[in-house]
Ligand binder design. Structure first.
Ligand SMILES: [Zn+2]
Length: 110
């Protein structure tokens, strides 16, 4: 999961990486109610309330799940039923990432 915000100067989208899945956890991680991040595109500092950050699913994780599924399918090709199970891996990542982001986007910190 990654957090996104738009730069106030150039309107480009920027991302903040986070380990936590909750807005409250991010507040603790950042130890401030307001972020002050440098734009990757123009270098302008943008101040944003943590409540205004928007979470997005991490697509790399989903792609990683697809690659893992292909590898497992190839390795366990002889066992027919396992390849059906491995096809569920990217789906699992996709569901869990979307669950986390929607929970994050619904939550607010005070
Ligand atoms: Zn910018």
């Amino acid at each position: 999961m990654k957090l996104s915000y738009y730069c106030t100067s150039c309107k480009e989208e920027n991302y903040i990486k986070t380990k936590t899945a909750e807005r409250y956890g991010f507040l603790k991680e950042y130890s401030s109610k307001e972020i002050n991040e440098r734009c990757k595109h123009c270098g302008n500092f943008t101040k944003k309330d943590i409540n205004r950050l928007h979470a997005e699913p991490n697509n790399y994780l989903i792609i990683g799940g697809i690659i893992a599924a292909i590898l497992f399918t190839v390795i366990f090709w002889g066992f027919g039923y396992i390849s059906t199970l491995t096809a569920g891996i990217p789906f699992y990542f996709w569901v869990s990432e979307n669950k986390k982001t929607s929970l994050f986007n619904k939550s607010r910190v005070r």
